[in-house]
Write a protein that binds this ligand. Structure first.
Ligand code: FPP
Length: 253
């Protein structure tokens, strides 16, 4: 179900602060951040990439093992074409310019979501960053790009149905584990904590299966304003929660 939650032990960290093994983040509010400053929306996305770099650094420093970020949802295609292209370009530039740093920092990168609609150059770059970091043993960074939870479950269902149709799997052998293994996140424990920025309180088709028992923390700050202060505020809130997984006692603390 969930990986263990560690208590912070490294230098400078607050006593009693619980560190989720898997943190997932819905990075929201780039557009509002830009609007509030009289800037165009794309400037909010540029600042959003800087906030993502800060989050990766914080995750490494605080000993988070898996970090999943929602950077483009299947539903984001309904935005103006220019903005969609801009976000695609940002992913391209982020991967290309940060690859060396990610390798140096021992980060393993996975990009999850459907490849449909991505151009060939981006697809090649995704394969490159994944293969060049595959043997890294530090933080696992999962970028959900062109991702939707319902679509992921639909794909998993199709794969399982095909395995049944071809005789590789018996219907009576299908378990929750079968479904977990058929998802993009196969091999990664479920998120302990999902943070959403910008005050919105929804999961918006993000990690629908994997987030079944995740703690949800909503912060008011827009994504470009995310930094250590907001990170610690969210972790403080998480640390005060009693995780019950449907039972009556906390299991992970
Ligand atoms: C949410 O703000 C952000 C997005 C939909 C996508 C862009 C994400 C980033 C730039 C962060 C890093 C991304 C990559 C590709 C590495 P919004 O536009 O929904 O803001 P709004 O709700 O205020 O309009």
């Amino acid at each position: 179900m969930s990986a263990e939650t560690a208590v912070a032990t490294t230098l400078n960290e607050k006593p009693g602060l619980k560190i989720p093994a898997h943190l997932a983040v819905i990075m929201d509010g780039n557009g509002r951040w830009a609007k509030a400053r009289g800037k165009v929306r794309t400037e909010g996305h540029v600042e959003g990439v800087k906030a993502l770099r800060r989050l990766v650094d914080l995750s490494i420093r605080y000993g988070i093992k898996h970090l999943t970020v929602f950077s483009f949802s299947s539903e984001n295609w309904s935005r103006p074409r220019d903005e969609v292209n801009f976000i695609f370009g940002l992913l391209h530039r982020f991967v290309a310019s940060d690859l060396a740093t990610l390798i140096q920092n021992n980060v393993r990168v996975r990009i999850i979501g459907t490849r449909t609609g991505l151009d060939e150059a981006l697809k090649r770059l995704i394969e490159e960053v994944q293969s060049k970091t595959a043997r890294n043993t530090g933080l696992e960074l999962i970028v959900a790009f062109n991702y939707g939870g319902k679509s992921e479950l639909t794909e998993a269902t199709k794969a399982i149905a095909k395995a049944v149709a071809s005789g590789k799997l018996r219907v009576e052998d299908i378990t929750e584990e079968t479904i977990t293994r058929a998802l993009y996140t196969s091999g990664t424990p479920d998120p302990d904590l999902i943070i959403r920025t910008s005050g919105e309180q929804r999961v918006s088709n993000f990690l629908l299966w994997q987030g079944a028992y995740s703690e949800l923390v909503f912060v008011e700050e827009n994504w470009p304003d995310f930094g250590e202060q907001v990170f610690l505020k969210a972790l403080d809130e998480y640390s005060s929660r009693s995780r019950r997984f449907g039972g009556i006692e906390s299991r992970s603390q």
